[in-house]
Unconditional design. Structure first.
Length: 117
């Protein structure tokens, strides 16, 4: 499984961005997916998760109500709609997919999000 994130960039506080994570390879083996982020000098943290069917989602308290995770299994793509962005949302955002076939996680290369005040 290969994952490629896109959609990052520079935005002013209060603005919006939509991140995408396109999966390829053995996509039929993917179950749960998630978005993580890592700010400079900080540990990588979980932002949101989504189940295989897209009906079950969870969010970190810091983004709840502002971010929405979704997936389109027909397009093998996961999304993260980010609204009301804050400077503290600045980080590299990574997508992760779990493969039930091999019992391991796969990671994308990350996309940079920068929010100016």
């Amino acid at each position: 499984v290969q994952l490629v994130e896109s959609g990052g960039g520079l935005v002013q506080a209060g603005g919006s961005l939509r991140l995408s994570c396109a999966a390829s390879g053995r996509t039929f083996s993917i179950s749960g997916m998630a978005w993580y982020r890592q700010a400079p000098g900080k540990q990588r943290e979980l932002v949101a998760t989504i189940g295989s069917g897209g009906g079950t989602t969870t969010y970190a308290s810091s983004v709840k109500g502002r971010f929405t995770i979704s997936r389109d299994n027909a397009k093998n793509t996961m999304y993260l709609q980010m609204n009301s962005l804050k400077p503290e949302d600045t980080a590299v955002y990574y997508c992760k997919a779990h493969s039930v076939l091999v019992g391991r996680d796969y990671w994308g290369q990350g996309t940079q999000v920068a929010v100016s005040s």
